[in-house]
Design a protein around this ligand. Structure first.
Ligand code: FMN
Length: 407
């Protein structure tokens, strides 16, 4: 089953069911263009045999990055460098989607102390500023920004875009009844909360034409009291499938409740739980007729095939194993391996380590791969975490200096 091709509604065929989900590579340069390091990583991922590679967050507004190293698609984008990235990502036979995002209230305070958001509710974490609630004109401006970025993505050679409406960023927060406390046409009922996303999808489709892939990453749940729940998520999926999209990727959580990259440490349990959003994906799949992809926790071929056979999902989204072994899809598809690398299970339980440590360890590996061509799995968890925090601070300082000097 995982080797079976699948036709998407726009007419494009994916050669198998293995998809690399978005991994914020943070390897953009000071002008937020892709670097050669990023290009080399995408070349390896393409050689690895997945049918589709989805980039990490690519930001539609350079004042709303989620990390100083994001790359941006706007009128200042270096088309040549971005086209090189697309060529590398497709050189081994994969297709590539640009994950279009706006960080909203999850924009770090150093980058923007007053980020635009759906409401003025501040993120309950240090390092994030007091948001400014979007006005009518901001919605119109943002709809245009998403469609402009999609147009530039197509010009550069991407096969499609994934609109990031999960993980607490701007579009995710507008779907959330907890964060979107508006009483105008952009808030309240699920139809109103979904309006912004729907209008973006309509404008993007009108801009890129029929045969360009458009996917949406959606939270199954925010896992927060008063936040988005699966019942609303199913109804939102039914609304957006009418906008000529090609598939919905199911995930969950946000910066406050980071459920997207959870794991069960070996210390906690000998029985490994896989595919933690699968039941949610199944509910969404039962309610729509477009393909569904679910990401989070898949590590064995048998669980992937069960998920496909039981009609819980059509595509298998995978993240962290691509950082450990970019070539695992070929090995899995040929039968050389039946299990993916699960290094995160060697780490201590989440409650015993600093916030973000595992994520930062993986980001450090990506940065190392960019610089040297390979990671170093012997770097202890906390060392990788600290190294990455330092690099991240340095990148932010350099970006701000660069912007100040070029005002
Ligand atoms: C280092 C790292 C960066 C990530 N960046 C993104 C991102 O830019 N966009 C996104 O949608 N998800 C991002 N994610 C979440 C992954 O797409 C995926 O949902 C998560 O890792 C769970 O899948 P896995 O268990 O196969 O790793 C990131 C995860 C990690 C570990």
């Amino acid at each position: 089953m995982i080797e079976a091709p699948i036709d998407l509604p726009c007419g494009v065929t994916l050669k198998n069911r293995i998809v690399k989900s978005g991994l914020s590579e943070a390897l953009g340069d000071l002008k937020n263009n892709p670097t050669n390091e990023l290009v080399s990583i995408f070349k390896r991922w393409s050689d690895g045999g997945a049918s589709l590679l989805i980039t990490g967050n690519i930001i539609v507004d350079r004042w709303h990055l989620e990390h100083a190293g994001n790359f941006v698609l706007d009128s200042s984008t270096d088309i040549k460098k971005t086209s090189d990235l697309c060529d590398a990502a497709k050189s081994g036979g994969s297709l590539v989607l640009a994950q279009l995002s706006h960080a909203g209230r999850q924009t770090p305070e150093l980058i923007n102390s007053e980020p635009l958001s759906i409401s003025n509710l501040k993120l309950d974490l240090q390092g994030f500023g007091q948001p400014r609630m979007a006005l009518e004109k901001d919605f119109l401006d943002l709809i245009k920004k998403f469609s402009d970025s999609a147009r530039i993505a197509k010009q550069c050679g991407f096969d499609g875009v994934e609109i990031h409406a999960a993980h607490g960023y701007l579009l995710s927060s507008s779907l959330s009844p907890k964060i979107n406390n508006r009483s105008d046409k952009w808030g309240g009922s699920f139809e109103n909360r979904a309006r912004f996303l729907q209008l973006i999808l309509q404008k993007v489709r009108a801009t890129v034409g029929k045969s360009f892939i458009i996917a949406v990453k959606l939270n199954s749940s925010d896992f927060q009291k008063g936040g988005l729940e699966i019942s609303d998520s199913v109804k939102i999926a039914q609304l957006i499938e009418k906008e000529n999209i090609d598939f919905i990727e199911v995930s969950g959580g946000n910066f406050e409740v980071p459920k997207a990259y959870q794991y069960i440490s070996l210390k906690e349990s000998t029985k490994n739980r896989e595919a933690y959003f699968l039941e949610y994906a199944k509910s969404i799949k039962a309610a729509v007729s477009i393909p569904i992809m679910v990401t989070g926790g898949f590590r064995t071929k048998s669980v992937m095939e069960d998920a496909l056979m039981s009609s819980s999902t059509d595509l298998i989204g995978i993240g962290r194993p691509f950082i450990i072994d970019p070539y695992f899809p070929k090995k899995l598809l040929s039968g050389d391996i039946s299990e993916l690398p699960t290094i995160e299970r060697q780490f201590p339980p989440l409650q015993d380590i600093p916030n973000g440590a595992v994520l930062n360890w993986f980001c450090d590996q990506l940065a190392l791969q960019g610089k040297t061509g390979k990671g170093d799995l012997n770097i202890p968890l906390l060392d990788g975490h600290k190294r990455y925090l330092k690099q991240s601070d340095e990148m932010t300082r350099n970006l701000l200096d660069h912007r100040n000097n070029n005002k």
